[in-house]
Ligand binder design. Structure first.
Ligand SMILES: Cc1cc2nc3c(=O)[nH]c(=O)nc-3n(C[C@H](O)[C@H](O)[C@H](O)COP(=O)(O)OP(=O)(O)OC[C@H]3O[C@@H](n4cnc5c(N)ncnc54)[C@H](O)[C@@H]3O)c2cc1C
Length: 464
């Protein structure tokens, strides 16, 4: 037994695993990127154990990558070569739900859907709802500032985190934020940890804001020949102050995957489908839906359909949530994988950005499909490539770089959600160069040094 093995076993006993069969389960995430083999995977059961493992790694210069649900699409939880993976899966308890003060305290690996199931029984919910919510963890969604299908009303995860307990690289435990709705206490370290991708500290607990559940939902599906009128419709919904909770778009190819696999009713002459969700009270849903339907019709879609049937609304929502998986399965059956770019532009530039992306895709030798959280200007471009052919991967990577340039040109960003990980490091540099703000990267590196002077926490992610 070598020094590392005996050191980790002393702390965790048989919850430090060195066997290939176990390690292999923790090497990949949901991205196409090929992993390096770590030395071990460890399963701490408490904050104290997280702290002891980190102190050991820090003292021995061992890289440590913390992992939640492993659904990252950017390689953010792919371990460093020769490092270890810390799986948080034994930290899954919901510790407190306080409906009077509207917060929940949870351990980091509570799965988003599990939290919502518990809250639902009390008439509450936690708003961030990424497409991966059946697997993604509270810790991972905080560390990537996850967005999701309710983002148009509730924003990204950062709005919902009141504070965290986190362990720094040297094993020091810190508690940021508070259980109160407001705080103005110097630098906001909670916000700094949101989106830090496991590079600054390991989050062990979180204090999350929760909301009372709405009584009623309705949805409208509309089909368009071009993006201009669809965007006009979105502006008018925004101006009307209607309680729009979801605004998603799919291009024709994505609609094909949804229709083909899920039996959804699609208009085949359409180029785009827009899915609108309205969240309201029992007394106002009917009038909200009436006004929303008028505004949708005014934009002259090819056709549109509204429903307040809870089963239909839930079915449509779920279909959109499952779109990535359905698409991955279908292209996988053709021996291909998906390489995803997910940019964001101001809503006023959305139609132009989609036009530019489509022009690029029309010239590409690789297939692709687009969808996204359009209410926030978020576009996901899915490029289909043979992941075993380096030429295809390099070609798709060039397309994503061009996608990033299109977003920047229209005043947007190369990363709307999912973080930077291993995959978007060059794009981050491109964006900061375009903004003439390369100093931001220097500041990020300085912050990293302050939290993790020996660089053991998830090295190589966000920047080299
Ligand atoms: C089908 C599908 C749909 C998706 N839809 C969305 C979507 O709608 N919106 C969206 O934003 N993303 C989406 N994603 C991307 C992904 O689910 C999110 O990035 C999610 O937040 C990752 O959570 P996770 O628990 O799986 O984290 P992981 O993948 O395990 O880790 C992600 C990052 O967080 C870090 N991390 C994990 N746990 C901790 C912790 N306890 N402390 C500190 N750092 C930690 C890791 O080191 C890594 O850098 C989707 C992914 C898939 C596969």
């Amino acid at each position: 037994m070598n020094r590392i093995e005996s050191g980790l076993r002393r702390i965790l006993g048989d919850r430090a695993r060195f066997d290939s069969s176990e390690i292999e389960k923790y090497m990949h995430d949901a991205s196409y990127l090929q992993p390096e083999r770590p030395l071990a995977v460890v399963f701490p059961k408490s904050t104290a154990e997280v702290s002891r493992v980190l102190r050991f790694c820090n003292g021995n210069g061992i890289a440590m990558t913390v992992r939640g649900g492993g659904t990252s699409l950017t390689g953010a939880c792919i371990p460093a070569k020769g490092g270890i993976v810390m799986s948080m899966e034994r930290l899954k308890r919901i510790l407190e739900i306080n409906t009077e003060d509207q917060y929940a305290v949870v351990q980091s690996d509570v799965v988003i859907n599990d939290l919502n199931k518990r809250l639902g029984r009390l008439g509450y919910f936690y708003p961030p709802d990424p497409g991966s919510s059946s697997v993604a963890s509270v810790g991972g969604t905080i560390a990537t500032n996850a967005g999701g299908l309710r983002g148009v009303m509730y924003g990204s995860t950062k709005r919902w985190v009141l504070g965290v307990e986190a362990v720094m690289a040297d094993g020091t435990v810190i508690e940021t934020g508070s259980r109160t709705m407001k705080l103005s206490r110097g630098y906001d370290l909670t916000s700094l940890l949101v989106g830090s991708e496991g590079t600054l500290a390991v989050i062990t607990k979180a204090i999350l804001r929760i909301e009372p559940s709405h009584e009623k939902t309705g949805s409208i599906v509309a089909y368009y020949r071009s993006m201009g009128p669809a965007c006009e419709m979105l502006y008018s919904l925004r101006r009307s102050n209607l309680p729009v909770v979801t605004a998603e778009f799919m291009d024709r190819k994505s609609v094909g995957y949804m229709g083909g696999s899920l039996g959804i009713d699609v208009a085949h002459s359409a180029k785009y489908m827009i899915f609108i969700g309205i969240l309201s009270s029992t007394s106002s849903l009917a009038s909200d839906m009436r006004l929303a339907s008028v505004l949708v019709k005014r934009s002259k879609p090819i056709s549109s359909r509204a429903t307040i049937s809870p089963e239909e609304v839930a079915g449509e929502y779920l279909s959109r949530k499952e779109l990535h998986d359905i698409m991955a399965e279908e292209v996988g059956s053709r021996g291909l994988g998906i390489i995803i770019g997910y940019v964001v532009v101001p809503l006023s530039k959305l139609a132009l950005a989609v036009r530019d992306i489509e022009r690029m895709c029309a010239l590409s030798r690789l297939g692709s499909a687009m969808f996204g959280h359009i209410g926030e200007g978020n576009i996901h471009l899915n490029v289909f490539a043979d992941l075993g052919r380096s030429r295809d991967v390099a070609y798709a990577t060039r397309m994503l770089r061009e996608l990033g340039r299109i977003a920047i040109r229209h005043g947007g960003s190369v990363s709307a959600e999912h973080g930077i990980g291993l995959e978007k490091k060059q794009l981050l540099k491109d964006e900061l160069a375009a903004l003439r703000s390369p100093k931001e990267l220097v500041l990020m590196k300085d912050i990293k040094k302050a939290f993790d002077p020996n660089g053991i926490l998830n090295p190589g992610k966000i920047f080299d």
